[in-house]
Design a protein around this ligand. Structure first.
Ligand SMILES: [Zn+2]
Length: 211
């Protein structure tokens, strides 16, 4: 049987997008053969939201589950990649016709990745995001995870972050910073394991689609 794998993670490197005010990703070699050491060793400094990452409910919900408390079966899911030409907010009306069973993952392929915006900084204030009616649709359909191809799923215009609140309060994980430029729309299995960082509200992931 022929299996297709799509790595939808962005590389962690100096050019990686950084959310305004967040810590940029940095890797420094504390040991290196080129400096006479016996081995190479990297020191990392990063945010829990660097590059492709998962938001856990505790990101916005004070008594919500943190990333280490989420059962591992939530990280392997049947997924639908939905491609949209929307230039600003994805609303419920364009999602109504999608066939989505409870427990699925819905990933949005937008011009954020087809135009390359997600692959490197600087962070743009204007990107395609999920609107509140689109988030309500995801809650009604009882999805397990929602993903988008930019560093945030919601535009920063409303500082009460209603989309994050609504999804996370309903136990829907948020996968941000995926690169879907080379992925055709359709059905896949999504695999995206976070690091088991005790107490953390998010973690970088290696996200892969398989079919
Ligand atoms: Zn995040």
């Amino acid at each position: 049987m022929f299996i297709e794998y799509y790595d939808i993670s962005v590389p962690l490197q100096p050019e990686t997008l950084v959310y305004p005010g967040d810590l940029p990703f940095r890797r420094r070699c504390s040991c290196d053969m080129e400096h006479g050491d016996a081995y190479r060793l990297s020191e990392l400094s990063l945010s829990a939201h660097s590059g492709t990452h998962l938001d856990a409910p505790s990101h916005f919900i004070s008594d919500g589950r943190n990333i280490a408390e989420i059962p591992v079966e939530r990280f392997i899911l049947p997924a639908l990649v939905h491609q949209t030409d929307t230039e600003q907010e994805i609303g419920a009306e364009e999602l109504e016709s999608l066939s989505l069973k409870p427990g699925k993952a819905l990933l949005f392929k937008t011009r954020n990745s087809t135009s390359g915006l997600v692959r490197k900084g600087p962070f743009r204030e204007k990107f395609v995001s999920l609107g509140i009616s689109g988030a309500e649709f995801c809650v009604e359909r009882k999805l397990s995870l929602v993903g988008i191809d930019y560093l945030s799923i919601e535009s920063g215009q409303d500082e009460s972050y209603p989309v994050h609140h609504l999804l996370l309060a309903n136990n829907i994980l948020i996968l941000e910073g995926i690169d879907l430029a080379n992925v055709p729309p359709g059905k896949f299995t999504l695999i995206c394991f976070p690091l088991k960082i005790s107490g953390a509200e998010a973690s970088p992931v290696r996200a892969v689609l398989v079919r």
